[in-house]
Structures are given as C-alpha cells and as structure tokens.
Design a protein around this ligand. Sequence first.
Ligand SMILES: [Zn+2]
Length: 71
Amino acid sequence: MAKKRRETQNIPPHKHCKECGVSISPDKTFCSKRCESAYEKRIKKQRRMNYIFLAMMFVLLLIISFTQSIK
Ligand SMILES: [Zn+2]
C-alpha cells in the first residue's frame, strides 16, 4: 500500500483522454476535437441502443401480460 501511494505522488496531475486514453492536461477532457466528436457520437449511439432495448423490453412485458390475461 505504501509503495502504491509513493508512485501516485510522483505522477504530475494529469487526465486521460476519454476516447483514446492519451495523457492530457487536467483542464481538458479530450486530446483533440476529433476525439471529442468521436466520443459524443459513440455515447449518442449507445444511448439510442439503450432506448431501443428498453422499448423492446416494454413491448415484451406487454405481450407477456396480454397472453397471461387471456388464460
Ligand atoms: Zn484522444
């Protein structure tokens, strides 16, 4: 544990690009505009996929409850 603490102290404050993981200054989130747009595109796509998944689950639940009520 002590060794690990010393190692983190030696590293100057920095962040990693959210898209490619390259070391960047702490006031930045991405290393370039290209990474920023690529990340946003990926997040939007992921969000859309989540909505589709939730909608499918909702439809599935409706179908299940509908078939249950028939019996
Ligand atoms: Zn990057």
